[in-house]
Structures are given as C-alpha cells and as structure tokens.
Ligand binder design. Structure first.
Ligand code: HPA
Length: 287
C-alpha cells in the first residue's frame, strides 16, 4: 500500500503518475516497432473486432507491456494493435482498465498517457453505455458531446506533470465540436444516423438503479457508463483531439419496466452494430 499517496485518496498511484514510468513504457513500445502513431482508439465492450481492420499490424499482449494490466472482465481483450488504416498510423487499445476492477485511477489512465507520449494527436474513445434518452434507441450510436464526471475521482489529482498538460485544463470543448459535426455529416452521407448527447460516467460495477437513472436524466445525461470520463480528461489535458463514440447497448435501468440489464445484452448489441460502428470509427480516424 505504500505506493498510495494518502489515506484520503488511495486512487493516486505515484509510480504510474510519473513521467519516467510513462516514458519507459512508451520506449518499450517504440522499441517493439510502434514508432509513429497518429491516432489512438480504445475499443469498448463487444467492439473489439474493429482492430482486425488494421493492415501490417503489430500486436502486443498487455501482459508483456510494463505498467499495463491484463483485463479481468469477459468481453474485454488485452492487446495493443498498431497498424495502418488508409495510410494513417493507428494504435488500438483492445481492452481497457476500469476503476471498478480495483485499479487506482492513475493506473486506469496510464495507457492513454503512454499513447500521448508516443505522439498521437487524436484519441477516439469508444464504449458501451446504457441509453437514458427515451428518444434514442438501444442498438444506435451516440457521439459524446460532453460528459458528467460522477466517479468521485479525477485522474489529474496529484502533482501536475507540465509535459502532459496544464494544472487547470479547460473542459469546454473536450469532445471537439467541429470534428463531431464533421463525423456526423460524413456518417449521414452514408446513411448512418448518429445521436449526440451527454455521457454520465459512474464507477460501476453495478448497473444503475431506476432511481439513479431518473436522477441522471434530470441532470442532463443521455447515456451512462463506467469508463471514458478519466480517459477523456487526460487526453483533453494533453491537448489532443478527443472523439467519443458510445454504443447504446441497452435502455438504462427502469426505462423498460422490469427488464433487467445483462452483460450478454451489452455484448450482443456490440456484435450487432459492429459493421456500422466500424464505418463510424473509420470516419473518425480519417476526418
Ligand atoms: N449502465 C452502465 N454501463 C453500461 C450500461 C448501463 O446500462 N450498459 C453498458 N454499459
């Protein structure tokens, strides 16, 4: 426990918040051939098949990468895939670490900081989420326009690392508006309707209660999930272009009376939308 900074916030893991640890992992990946990634993508539950689209791929298992953790959750892979998409060098995180797995928030965001130090300019964050907005439907995709951080955690707490961004970063345009509009227009041009809305990030791992979903609707959330927010904070902190794509995998708790939420449904919806999802991520890479 002596890696943790204080009894009041056990979520700051100083070793993994340090630039030298982050840079050591970046060097490890560079030495393995990941030399000039431009765009990063993290794939959410049930969405991992996207990685197969990359050409000339280098694949490295998380278990081999210093500071990375093998995922504990079924449906979450644990692999970095680096390759080309139409000549653009893309690095995919197939599988993410979640706070609910018991990792410090510093550990959760560690891979994104490594990608930042490898030089990516854009981060595409994807996830599966529960749909709160009754005008949207399960099985559709939502561009994240903003988020509400309800995790009670902030990955920037602790000493600021100036090389990774300013002490007090602005969050006004976290999910880059002009890119969002461009992605939406291109998707519409190939017949894909994308919703746009606010993502509420909770820690999980419980799905929410119906009362919590009513509360989230009241405060302006359109979707709810257990990831994304810490990742968006650190990549926005570093000045990257951030694009968030949420697969609305189920209607949130209580919206359909007495219907329970299962991970099977989340994974099944991910598989059902895989093709559309891939087209939208392709657009987000190229735009
Ligand atoms: N709630 C939280 N996270 C989720 C959900 C949900 O309903 N569906 C997929 N991820």
């Amino acid at each position: 426990m002596d890696r943790f900074m204080s009894v009041t916030d056990i979520s700051i893991d100083i070793e993994y918040a340090s630039l030298s640890t982050i840079d050591a992992t970046a060097k490890y990946l560079r030495d393995r051939g990941i030399t000039e990634p431009e765009v990063g993508i993290v794939l959410g539950s049930g969405l991992n098949s996207y990685a197969d689209r990359l050409k000339n791929a280098i694949r490295i298992n998380y278990s081999e990468i210093p500071g990375f953790i093998s995922p504990t959750v079924a449906g979450h892979y644990g692999e970095i895939i680096y390759g080309d998409l139409d000549g653009i060098k893309v690095i995919v995180l197939a599988g993410r670490f979640h706070y609910y797995e018991g990792h410090s928030i510093t550990r959760v965001v560690f891979p994104y900081r490594v990608l930042i130090r490898l030089g990516i300019k854009r981060m595409i964050i994807t996830n599966a989420s529960g749909c709160i907005n009754r005008n949207f439907e399960a099985g559709s995709l939502m561009l994240i326009s903003d988020h509400i951080n309800l995790t009670g955690r902030n990955p920037l707490i602790g000493a600021n690392i100036p090389e990774l961004g300013p002490r007090f970063p602005d969050m006004t345009d976290t999910y880059n508006k002009s890119l969002r509009e461009a992605v939406k227009a291109e998707a519409a041009a190939i017949g894909i309707e994308l919703h746009e809305g606010v993502y509420a990030g909770l820690t999980g791992p419980c799905f929410e209660t119906p009362a919590e979903i009513r509360f989230l609707a009241t405060i302006g959330a359109d979707a709810v999930g257990m990831s994304t927010v810490p990742e968006a904070i650190v990549t926005n902190h570093a000045g990257l272009e951030v694009i968030g794509i949420s697969c609305l995998s189920n209607m949130a708790a209580g919206i359909i009376e007495d219907k329970e939420i299962t991970t099977d449904e989340v994974d099944q919806t991910g598989a059902d939308v895989a093709e559309t999802f891939a087209k939208v991520v392709d657009i987000a890479v190229r735009i």
